[in-house]
Design a protein around this ligand. Structure first.
Ligand code: 5GP
Ligand code: ZN
Length: 109
């Protein structure tokens, strides 16, 4: 999509430091983080939101990358949250997973 910010990032028109990058999926820090770790995991193909996904393998891969980032940022035992907004709750109409942490009772340990 021409004016979609995540499509522009996927096309390389906006520079980003990728935390993960392959042919299908990219991950980068949220520009406005709400936790010390706040990463967006994004398919490069423009899919408006979760309900529009027709490729379960892509969903599995997005979650697999999310797992890898949980390990990379060492928040597996410090509290993390994984969120997908949709149906109008989202700000950006290009599917993405939020990974946030640390949080919860173990965050300060
Ligand atoms: P949503 O409400 O769509 O689930 O969340 C969109 C997220 O994208 C927000 O947390 C916002 O801070 C983030 N965001 C918006 N524009 C950009 C951008 O240009 N770069 C990055 N890295 N994050 C962005
Ligand atoms: Zn897009």
């Amino acid at each position: 999509m021409e004016n979609c910010i995540f499509c522009k990032i996927a096309r390389g028109e906006v520079s980003k430091d990728f935390l993960y990058n392959d042919d299908e999926i990219m991950a980068f820090k949220d520009i406005n983080p709400v936790k010390p770790v706040h990463v967006l995991i994004v398919p490069k193909r423009h899919i408006p939101e979760l309900i529009a996904v027709d490729d379960v393998l892509l969903l599995a891969k997005l979650l697999q990358v999310t797992q890898q980032l949980i390990s990379k940022f060492e928040i597996s035992d410090k509290g993390y949250r994984v969120i997908i907004n949709g149906g109008g709750a989202q700000e950006i109409d290009h599917l993405h997973i939020h990974l946030m942490g640390p949080m919860g009772s173990r965050a300060a340990l």
